[in-house]
Design a protein. Structure first.
Length: 344
């Protein structure tokens, strides 16, 4: 099983020649390959961050769901928005991230990126406040008063957590550029340190950052949960339209493996725990348990891989209302559920 690794941004996302050949140079997977031949088709998935939310993808690697279908899947980490760029440039076969990121890239891309299967079906972003700070209540008026004048670690500008925070501030009647101070580090892992040191009053994050901050007494439980939005195409797997047209067999095999992993994550919590520990060996048992407990409690993972129109609308509304995206979009241009439908 291939471990995730950081894609060196200083090299402009240029992968080795052998990796590029793996993305497109091998023959299509055959029935014999799917039945156990050593001839595997190499494909690369780019991720924006190594996240516990992506557990179904990692589990499909570790438990051999890709391999038994003739695929050798590697996950590379491309931070700062480069995960989408990696697919556009051809350095990666597919990408995991929000549908909205694809929509933005497609405005300048003649070969659009299309989402083929769901993974994280909730907005996996939570707001935490430095210990001793908290809104008076959860009403809109209380939240508005609490946010006013605060320093907020909002994450990378243009990233979904950043956009969600801007969306919430606008909804509450606040100006993100004037009424608060938005801090926008590219590295999501800095949130605990920034709040701990007083550089930020409020942080955004997900697991394992939430449990890490709680264990270090930096903050308590989140005071605001974006997962309450409901269906949200937060982390879906996507490929180029040309890949769908030229190599539908591989897309189907890949989708089948992800759907198998989604079902196993829901049904076998012990196996999910084992894979989480293996994928994140530096996390404590308590942090692993907290990550899984929150994921199950908040219905984080899609049960069947399907991306609904409602999920895409929620995602795109955030882009539109924050002014990041202008113009029209169509669900059928961003999403292709033929492979999920064939698999279920």
């Amino acid at each position: 099983m291939k471990k995730s690794r950081m894609l060196p941004l200083l090299l402009g996302l240029a992968l080795t020649g052998s990796l590029l050949a793996g993305c497109g140079g091998k023959s299509e997977p055959t029935a014999e390959a799917a039945e156990g031949s050593t001839e595997l088709k190499k494909i690369v998935i780019a991720e924006p961050v190594h996240s516990t939310g992506y557990l179904p993808l990692y589990l499909a690697q570790r438990e051999g769901y890709f391999k038994k279908r003739g695929l050798d899947v590697e996950v590379i980490q491309a931070a700062g928005g480069a995960h989408v760029t990696a697919v556009v440039s051809g350095d990666a076969w597919g990408v995991i991230g929000g549908t909205e990121s694809n929509a933005l890239a497609n405005k300048k891309n003649s070969d659009p990126i299309v989402s083929i299967v769901n993974v994280v079906n909730r907005a996996n972003v939570y707001l935490v406040a430095k210990k001793g700070l908290a809104p008076a209540g959860d009403s809109e008026a209380d939240l508005k008063e609490f946010f006013m004048g605060k320093k907020i670690n909002a994450g990378r500008h243009g990233g979904t957590p950043n956009l969600l925070i801007r969306y919430l501030l606008i909804y509450l009647g606040l100006d993100p550029e004037k009424d608060v101070t938005l801090l926008e580090p590219a590295d999501a892992s800095t949130v605990v340190t920034m709040v701990q040191q007083g550089a930020a009053d409020i942080g955004n994050g997900a697991e394992p950052q939430i449990s890490d901050g709680i264990s270090k007494d930096v903050w308590g439980e989140p005071f605001y949960k974006f997962h309450d939005f409901g269906d949200f195409s937060y982390s879906v797997l996507s490929v180029k339209q040309s890949t769908i047209e030229k190599d539908p067999e591989t897309v189907q095999l890949f989708t089948d493996a992800i759907i198998e992993a989604l079902k196993v994550v829901q049904e076998d919590k012990e196996l999910a725990m084992q894979n989480m520990k293996a994928e994140f060996p530096t996390l404590s048992d308590d942090a692993i348990q907290a990550s899984l407990d929150r994921a199950y409690a908040d219905n984080l993972w899609s049960p069947d891989g399907f991306i609904t129109e409602a999920a895409v609308k929620q995602d795109m509304d955030v882009l539109i209302k924050t002014g990041i995206f202008t113009g029209e979009y169509a669900y059928d241009q961003l999403v292709d559920m033929q492979f999920v439908n064939s698999s279920n």
